[in-house]
Design a protein. Structure first.
Length: 469
């Protein structure tokens, strides 16, 4: 059996060749697309292993030429461009497997043997390449696992359960599965199970008929029906009341829903993606989550890693958020290498969401276009000083520490201090009101529109402060 290896990095090619030869393959190595096409015209191979970025072009974009010559040839794609876009493009070619660099050489060798044994072109039916603008960012090994899991569920309707701490980007995974999958022309409907009062959650999910209960003055179409033909994302599923869990389980088992107060069984045409920041197995043991519902939802689990487990991504995430901040009207900033290193050492207990908000504040408050480590350290000290410590006198202490750190120019102290201290003030009021913007505006003595405008300008997300039951 012979394998054609297309790889322009000779050191990598040597290692792959040795591993494949140990598996009993004969390996023919070339370094360009032109050489690849010439060899494919002359010989037949059991598998093709190809890099993406080659000296004379993109290995993925030219796969159609390979398919024309050898429709059943299994293809394994390697890439140092470890983005979700690359993973999806590789999958859309009908590739047997995609490996981001660096990869496990033993796993690659086993995969090539499996591919050569199938004699098939790929495991996923090819479609037109999908576009850019993908929501997830990361090059770490942990995120490559996420990307590969996403590509495996794009062409089917298997139920996905996204697990991870708050702020890791679970909804972005759901959006990626929908926007890149075969249901992307349908609606994406998201519902936060923790934010809906227990007495209303069945009505929100399944709808209700007029007169079903006091206040039901008209028929209401529930989230399941709203998501028909698309995807329903059930966020914070671990906080769903037990009664609603029972109704949800029945809907998933039967493939139908019935509006509250109604008799008609409505057939479902929707993909379900659920997410939670809780470990559901202890919740099952405590009687707070149904075990049978857990197994219905946990068909394909995708674990979103916390930021502390993907520190290699902090730099690329920070630069990504700076670009987005500039696109949204904030000053265009850049990070120095020292600043990026300092960011990578921070704990980021709020994960990607905390990092994003911090970067937006940096873009707003930094005095220079090039953000250095001193600017970051200054903002970290300011925010630590502004954290509530239980006594009003600490505000004066925080102001003194801030002045010593910031050293604002004469004539700018009021504006600079207001910018630095307004954010923690708004944050604490939101925390005290459980994220209720109306109550927060009343407490601050400003109207709701002003509050919303300032929250946007300060990169504060009220959802962060919603109390979870």
């Amino acid at each position: 059996m012979s394998v054609l290896l297309v790889e322009d990095d000779l050191s990598i090619a040597i290692v792959i060749t040795a591993a494949l030869e140990a598996e009993g393959f004969g390996v023919v190595h070339c370094q360009s697309i032109a050489e690849r096409d010439r060899l494919l015209e002359a010989e037949t191979y059991q598998a093709l292993v190809t890099d993406v970025m080659l000296p004379d072009g993109d290995g993925i974009e030219t796969i159609n030429r390979v398919r024309a010559l050898h429709p059943g040839l299994p293809i394994v794609i390697l890439s140092a461009q470890n983005t979700l876009d690359t993973a999806v493009r590789a999958t859309d070619t009908g590739a047997f497997e995609y490996f981001p660099k660096p990869f496990d050489i033993d796993e690659l060798a086993r995969t090539v043997r499996q591919a050569a044994g199938t004699g098939q072109g790929g495991t996923i039916e090819g479609e037109e390449p999908l576009g850019d603008g993908l929501p997830l960012v990361g090059r770490s090994a942990a995120m490559q696992t996420v990307f590969r899991m996403i590509t495996r569920v794009l062409r089917n309707d298997l139920t996905v359960l996204v697990l991870g701490e708050s702020g890791t980007g679970k909804e972005l995974v759901a959006e990626a599965v929908h926007n890149l999958g075969h249901r992307r022309e349908g609606p994406f409907v998201a519902v936060n199970a923790a934010a809906i009062p227990a007495e209303l959650i069945e009505s929100e999910l399944f709808g209700h008929e007029k007169g079903a209960f006091t206040g039901a003055v008209a028929r209401h179409i529930g989230k399941f029906e709203q998501a028909a033909g698309g995807t329903l994302f059930l966020d914070e599923i671990g906080d769903m009341p037990m009664q609603a869990q029972t109704r949800l389980l029945r809907a998933l088992q039967s493939g139908t829903v019935r509006r509250v107060g109604g008799q008609e069984e409505i057939r479902l045409d929707v993909r379900i993606i659920a997410a939670t920041n809780k470990d559901l197995e202890p919740e099952i043991a405590a009687g707070r989550f149904r075990e049978d519902l857990y197994y219905r939802l946990n068909v394909v689990p995708i674990h979103m890693p916390p930021l502390r487990d993907r520190r290699d991504d902090i730099d690329v995430l920070a630069r990504h958020f700076l670009q987005h901040a500039a696109n949204e009207g904030l000053p265009r900033r850049q990070l120095t290498a020292e600043a990026a290193e300092l960011l990578s050492r921070q704990p980021w207990r709020g994960n990607v969401r905390e990092l994003k908000n911090f970067i937006y504040r940096l873009a707003l408050l930094a005095r220079e276009d090039a953000i250095d480590s001193e600017s970051i350290q200054s903002l970290l000290i300011t925010e630590a000083a502004a954290e509530p410590e239980g006594e009003i006198g600490n505000i004066a202490e925080a102001v003194c520490r801030w002045l010593a750190t910031e050293r604002p120019a004469s004539g700018t102290i009021y504006q600079a201090a207001a910018a630095a201290f307004e954010r923690p003030l708004f944050a604490e009021v939101l925390r005290a009101t459980g994220g209720n913007q109306l109550r927060a505006a009343q407490a601050l003595g400003i109207n709701r529109n002003t509050l919303r405008k300032r929250l946007s300008e300060l990169a504060l997300d009220p959802e962060e402060f919603v109390r979870r039951s």
